[in-house]
Design a protein around this ligand. Structure first.
Ligand code: GLY
Length: 578
């Protein structure tokens, strides 16, 4: 990769590509023929840029460019988001998906809020102890590898429900993804490494070799996915039935046989997204809107921000001992509540109203002592009497419609099972259930009855697609992948913007920390200020260095009305707009 700084100070990463050019585009490609500025064989990562009308930030440059182009063709933010999601399923196979699920959060320009839950659901024959051995011990590989780890995929149904708010035909929104799958696109170094690292797992967990396993990959190679193109064409032609019935459903069910999966044709046909009323709260003059259960994200960020609001965080400074210890103690308390009180609200009464109330936040912080390390043995879940991998993208259009979507296969490349003939990866979302009370999932998160496995139930998530308004006007769309670190990343990002007055890009790139109650450890990114880490260690906190986590993406409306888009330094995340 070659780095160069443009006049506009936009950092561009020019990817060294194969000797392919836009002239390879065939006449069958209606989208790429029209949008000659989008070249799947030569594209750049743009980390930050402001646009006059509309913008998208996503995990991949091609997906962002497609979302922007669709809006330029007359679509709104919903059109842009749908096209981006289908595109990510092709160009970002590690997390972009049609075999997973997610949450779509939107605020229309008229102020209407929409929350579509297209989280995966447990199959009909799933059972509480399905991942335990005869002695009652959890077998981690069963909820993580292969078809048995899959929940019923929700992404296609989620996008079709989202389409009710869009302006352009669904077929037009799926077309760019089909063209990238059929005629190929060049992969980045990061993607090449990811595919090579998982090759053995893909071959072990899938019933047949796939597009991903045909070679050892290097940056600049072209990846063709003809099976996925055919699946996308079936969705393009038949909508829901193109995925949940007919040949695609047959192929998913057949793939189950290879690793004892249990998703049936009936499960697929019966899958429906659900509308959820978003979580809303105020923080220092900003109105924050985020996702409700079965995501824990919205409640957790509401709790944490309310717990720290009485303190002068700005004065404490960015990533200082004082601000980090305060924010960690809020994290400890909110994540303890996550483990005890949160699950699918259709199966478990989540005490949302209490958990996000001002009084509850105040009560939870009563035993907080500034400068003293707390303990998760002492701080348990509150008494409530009211009864790496995922991907996020943000879109804001010219009218001020804002969309935030976080979508996931759970682990990177999900359960590493590619549905034979259909060309897409399945999720391993069942691991997000509490397979046994107190047994940690792959993110080290524990849970209990609230998040136990029940047929049809949706596993608790941490995904936190979030929107912000000021004075009832659209302001920010933001979110990130990262398992249980997600709510903490969004919380820290918003505090960086609101308390520390950072730009969106600086807030996103700022080094992060993470505490999730149990384990009682603060995880710091490797570039976190040493002085703070050492001071917290001296106070008695247990600390660990975690490399980097998350890839936060956002779009913000600036005071002059421009759409400022920012992609995380941590990935190939890239912005586009017009
Ligand atoms: N699979 C990660 C999450 O939903 O939190």
């Amino acid at each position: 990769m070659k780095l160069k700084m443009q006049k506009s100070q936009v950092l561009l990463v020019a990817i060294t590509l194969a000797n392919l050019s836009i002239s390879n585009i065939s006449s069958a490609q209606t989208f790429l023929k029209k949008h000659t500025n989008i070249n799947p064989y030569h594209y750049e990562v743009v980390k930050e840029k402001s646009f006059d009308h509309a913008a998208v930030t996503s995990a991949h440059p091609l997906a962002s460019m497609v979302g922007a182009a669709i809006m330029q063709d007359g679509g709104n933010a919903f059109d842009g988001a749908i096209a981006t999601q289908f595109c990510l399923a092709v160009v970002f196979p590690g997390a972009g998906n049609i075999g997973g699920g997610g949450f779509m959060l939107a605020r229309k320009a008229n102020g209407e809020l929409i929350g579509i839950d297209y989280r995966e659901a447990a199959p009909k024959t799933a059972s509480r102890d399905m991942y335990l051995d005869e002695k009652g011990n959890a077998i981690a590989s069963k909820s993580r590898d292969g078809a048995l780890a899959s929940g019923i995929p929700g992404s296609v149904a989620g996008m079709i429900s989202t389409h009710a708010y869009a302006k352009l035909p669904l077929a037009q929104l799926i077309e760019p993804a089909i063209e990238f799958a059929e005629f190929g696109y060049v992969i980045t170094e990061r993607e090449a490494k990811g595919l090579n690292a998982e090759k053995a797992n893909f071959l072990k967990n899938s019933s047949a070799p796939s597009a991903f396993t045909q070679k050892e990959w290097k940056a600049g190679d072209t990846l063709y996915q003809p099976d996925l193109a055919a699946t996308l064409k079936r969705i393009q032609k038949s909508g829901l039935a193109g995925f949940y019935e007919g040949p695609t459903a047959d192929m998913i069910v057949k793939e189950m046989e290879h690793t004892s999966g249990i998703i049936s044709k009936e499960d697929l046909k019966n899958y429906h997204p659900k509308f959820r009323k978003p979580i809303e709260f105020d923080y220092r003059g900003h109105h924050i809107i985020s996702f409700a259960p079965p995501s824990s994200g919205g409640i957790i960020i509401a709790q944490m921000m309310k717990m720290i609001e009485p303190f002068n965080v700005e004065k404490m400074g960015v990533n200082t001992e004082a601000s980090v210890s305060l924010m960690v103690e809020a994290q400890r308390r909110a994540y303890a509540d996550r483990a005890e009180h949160m699950g699918d609200p259709d199966f478990w009464k989540v005490p949302t109203k209490t958990l996000i109330s001002d009084q509850y936040a105040k009560d939870r912080m009563k035993d907080y002592q500034p400068g003293v390390a707390g303990s998760s043995k002492v701080t348990l879940a509150g008494q409530v009497h009211e009864s790496e991998q995922t991907t996020h993208f943000s879109v804001i259009d010219k009218d001020g419609n804002m969309v935030a979507i976080t979508t996931t296969l759970n682990d990177t490349y999900g359960n590493k099972t590619i549905v034979a003939g259909a060309g897409f990866l399945l999720n391993n979302e069942m691991d997000d259930f509490s397979v046994k009370p107190g047994v940690p999932n792959m993110y080290g998160a524990i849970g209990g009855e609230a998040n136990s496995i029940v047929p049809g139930k949706r596993m608790l998530s941490s995904m936190t697609p979030t929107l912000v308004t000021i004075n009832n006007k659209p302001y920010i769309s933001i979110g990130t992948p990262g398992g249980t670190t997600i709510p903490n990343q969004v919380y820290e990002g918003l505090v960086n913007i609101i308390d520390h007055k950072m730009s969106l890009k600086a807030a996103i790139d700022n080094p992060r920390f993470h505490h999730q109650w149990i384990p009682d450890v603060i995880g710091f990114e490797s570039d976190f200020p040493e002085e703070t880490v050492n001071a917290l260690k001296a106070k008695g906190y247990t600390i660990t260095k975690r490399g980097r986590f998350g890839r936060m993406d956002g779009v913000q409306i600036l005071q002059d009305g421009k759409r400022n888009a920012a992609g995380d330094k941590r990935g190939d995340d890239s912005v586009a707009g017009f």
